[in-house]
Design a protein around this ligand. Structure first.
Ligand code: ADP
Ligand code: X15
Length: 403
């Protein structure tokens, strides 16, 4: 069992708070383009108002264009929180240590991008992480570790698994909410339960499909997006060269045989569209799947395929939606994604994962109509495959160790 904030006394303590503020940004202008993750972490930061709150977080990864300092993140947080947030351009050196030493309860400090420290980018287990300079120094700066970074919960990296190894640690309010809503999908969700798997992360989606069908968690799995193209290919349908090339380019050729095995085992429980929308002579054309031309890309679910898919969703009491139905960035191919979102929003218990899917829902103004929109992309989908996430395992171990 992991511990939560209500089980510890945080008053006047120094709290190391790991959040995931990794967000779409314009690195040149230093502008954060989407602050959903900031808004989702606010409750935890506010709950720490009687403590010294030392925020540890990251932006992007080494080598990427948006791997930047966190100055803009600190000012966005300050704006949303309505109180000062002190940005420290240091992680555990003298400047950071002095800032913490001079802080008072109620103060919020944000340390520099923790991935600027090379050790944070290593994949290490808890014991190995505990030996890093990063964890040995960072852990001395706080009394308690609070992990609220659900979006990074699938990474076995030092701040995620090393801090709980050496410090009494609890889950923050967002981490707790994510775990509780996503766990409900596995146990106690109203039936029928339908998983709608789309987008481009084919290997993860296929893992999820297998897990939820073989454990009786889902009654139906609907495939859309590139995931559907894999299942169409697995049915022996000619999906055309552009869509086959995309599968090869993404490195998913080997997934076709795995999809075939799932179809053989679970048959009708797996919904594969019977019609798609392709781009032909520059425009959207809807077509049955046995008539896909060799030179046109499949870019959305279409016609009768969409109708059958919406019928299944309307008859469900739980839906889990992860990944869009097509190239929604182009108006011509956004129909399937938009219609599926509208239908899913009316289902009694509705859970969404995936950054693109969440962003479309927010843009449509539908976010309040879903039960839970996860802040995790990779973390959410990995949770749904039934694996124990490293962050959760580390919090459990810490709870047992420091009880
Ligand atoms: N049939 C398709 N062909 C090409 N791209 C697609 C198709 N279906 C979906 N996509 C693309 O998938 C991307 C999102 O996939 P993914 O990253 O897996 O979603 P999420 O972030 O919601 O998990 C979008 O950019 C969308 O254009
Ligand atoms: O945004 C994140 O993951 P996501 O893009 O899968 O949601 C997390 O911050 C983890 O980042 P990473 O995939 O660079 O380890």
């Amino acid at each position: 069992m992991i511990k939560n904030l209500s089980q510890i006394d945080i008053s006047r303590k120094k709290i190391l708070l790991r959040v995931d503020f990794n967000s779409p940004i314009d690195p040149q202008a230093g502008v954060i383009l989407d602050d959903k993750r900031f808004r989702e972490h606010l409750r935890t930061i506010q709950a720490l108002r009687d403590a010294i709150c030392i925020i540890v977080t990251h932006q992007s990864r080494p080598g990427k264009k948006d791997f930047t300092s966190l100055e803009a993140h600190a000012s966005r947080l300050q704006q949303l929180l309505g109180k000062p947030v002190t940005f420290i351009d240091d992680i555990f050196g003298h400047t950071a240590q002095d800032a913490v030493r001079n802080a008072h309860p109620g103060d919020v400090i944000m340390l520099e991008n923790v991935r600027f420290n090379a050790e944070e980018n290593l994949k290490l287990n808890g014991e190995e992480s505990a030996k890093t300079l990063l964890i040995r120094n960072l852990s001395k700066m706080g009394d308690i570790f609070v992990n609220d970074a659900f979006g990074t919960a699938h990474r076995s990296q030092p701040t995620i698994v090393g801090l709980p190894e050496v410090m009494p640690s609890v889950a923050g309010l967002l981490m707790e909410k994510e775990i509780s809503n996503l766990s409900r999908v596995f146990e106690g969700a109203p039936r029928p339960v339908t998983f709608i798997l789309g987008g481009t992360k084919v290997d993860d989606s296929i893992d999820v499909a297998h897990h939820v069908l073989s454990n009786g968690i889902a009654d139906r799995v609907i495939t859309i997006g590139v995931v559907a193209n894999i299942f169409l290919a697995a049915q022996g349908i000619t999906i055309g060269k552009p869509s086959s090339d995309l599968i090869t380019q993404l490195g998913y050729d080997n997934q076709i045989a795995i999809a075939k095995a799932i179809l053989d085992e679970f048959g009708e429980k797996v919904f594969v569209p019977e019609a798609v929308a392709i781009r032909k002579d520059g425009i959207r054309v809807e077509i049955p799947v046995d008539q896909i031309p060799a030179d046109c890309p499949i870019l959305d679910i279409g016609g009768t395929g969409l109708k059958s898919c919406l019928d299944i969703i309307k008859n469900s009491k739980t839906v889990v939606l992860n990944g869009p139905a097509g190239l929604f960035e182009e108006t011509d191919f956004a129909l399937g994604t938009y219609e599926i979102i509208k239908a899913a929003a009316d289902v009694q218990f509705s859970v969404v994962g995936g950054g693109h899917t969440a962003a479309v829902i927010e843009k449509m103004g539908y976010d309040k109509r879903f039960t839970h929109i996860s802040t995790g992309g990779g973390a959410c989908i990995e949770f749904l495959t039934g694996k124990k996430l490293p962050a959760i395992a580390a919090l459990e171990k810490s709870a047992a160790k420091f009880s």
